[in-house]
Every structure is written in structure tokens, then in C-alpha cells.
Write a protein of this length. Sequence first.
Length: 114
Amino acid sequence: MKKLFLKRSARAAKLSSFLLISGLAATQLTGCFTVGQEFAGSRVPEIKIGQTTRQEITDIFGRPWRTGMEDGKTTWTYGIYKYSLFGADDTQDLLIRFDPQGVVRSYTFSSTRK
């Protein structure tokens, strides 16, 4: 029984290694790497400082890709970062800062998209 388990474990390890190496090779061959998730950058002008709530932000953009704190206040980040070895990078980044009541106090939006 122990030998059978060891054989299966060895096969699983080889398969995992193969899949990992294949994935890395594919990334290197295409020269592309993506991090984050798409969001509707065209809807950023709908954000109104002092008015838009956390729930409204969720309704517009969905769940944030990343959450955090800045100066003790909640921040949400929406971002998609597509890097290419053979072409232009394609990035969008939206950082929203909320007040203690959950209302937008400020935001920053950056994009390489035209």
C-alpha cells in the first residue's frame, strides 16, 4: 500500500512540475503577463467625491481586486496590468479612498489606454 502511495505521489509531483514548467514556458514564449481583473474604466467619471457610497462603487465596478488601509481609512483598488515583452503595456488602475461612513473621499485613476 505504501509503495502504491509513493508511486502515485511521484506521478502527481511530476505532473505538477510539468504543468508549472509548461505554464512558465508559455508565458516566456508569448512575452505576456497579466495581473488583476478588468473593470469599467469608462465609468470612473460617475464617481462623485463626498456622495458615492461603497455600495454604489460595488454596483458600478464589482468587487475590488485589492483592499487596504491608508492613514487608517479603507481603500479599494481596481486594476488590470497587462505587460508585454513585444508590445505596449496595457494598464488601468483605480484607487478609491473612503471616509469612515463609507463615502468616497478621494480617488486616483491612471491608464495607458487611449
